[in-house]
Ligand binder design. Sequence first.
Ligand code: FA5
Length: 357
Amino acid sequence: MAQETEPVTGLDRIAEIEREATERLAAVADEAALEGWYREYLGRKDGRLSGLLRQMGKLDPAERPRFGAAVNEAKERVQAAYEGRRTALETAALGARLAAEAVDVTLPGRPVEVGTLHPTTLMTRELSEIFALLGYQTVEGPEVEEARYNFDLLNIPPNHPARDMWDTFYVNSSHGEIVLRTHTSPMQARTMLAQDPPVRVVVPGRCYRYEAVDASHESIFFQLEGLAVDEQITMADLKGTLTEMARQLFGAETRVRFRCDFFPFVEPGVDFSASCPACGGKGCRTCKGTGWLELGGAGMVHPNVLRNVGYDPDRYSGFAFGLGIERIVMVKYGIDDIRNFYANDLRFLEQFAGTRI
Ligand code: FA5
């Protein structure tokens, strides 16, 4: 603060305070200092410019009006300088805040981690699409299943080895014999009991078996069941349908092989294989030198099964098939161990990210 010295004249004193106020205002750097400056020079009570007016009483009465007018003019100029300084400080503070909060929109964003569809899911969807084009509806059924559907209605009698507790997970229940379904075939019975022919369904779903797990057997795995029942369905329809499926999956050159096999719910029964897509059937590591890859079981629906669900076997016939979904992915991508599917190793799973299997 400048020393309070007696001015040479009153007007000099005004000019001196105004100059000092203006100089110090230029050095004010923040809001708090600005408020302090304001109180010192323009404050209503103690401000030094207002204080000059109170000293007017000491002046010659003739000089008072000029002095008063000069003080007011100086006050106005200093007030205007104050306003300007305040605006400048506010603008600078805003600029600093915006700079601090600024977002660099040119920086690459942090990638959002999203999961990818599991290869089993991708293959299930592809199979559903293939069969949709052949006129099949996709349906699903319970994984915890009554033995009646899983076995009895499928012509698997109580003493059949497939019902052995070493093959099947039984569920403790007071509601009869309950199992974790060992295949998707119980949906054959459920579908036929629920509707009259014609039937064309595929049933993807999880199955459970008490397995000695190895490179090609899991105790939890997926199957896709197929069932077509109508008048005059023959083995040729079965062969044509599965050949078309194999060609859609592995390419137009693919050949399909059917060999006799036994399943209690079909007669005749077959297993079906596709020519190895890796070597075109010549024999390689993927097909273990045989040229063929086994995909599943199939056959003509057994007359006993048709009878069990109330269909007349003299009028209706049908075919059914069941294939392993993981096995198809393995064939298509040369995966040599089924245990990769459910080991949750992202290095394996991420290879299918974005894949249209
Ligand atoms: C059956 O499960 C029959 N329900 C298939 C069927 C349906 C036959 C309709 C006739 C008519 P199978 O047990 O062979 O059949 O199994 C069929 C396919 O499921 C096998 O070829 C294989 O691809 C797959 N599979 C079976 N067990 C396992 C397992 N433990 N791990 C992985 N895949 C398996």
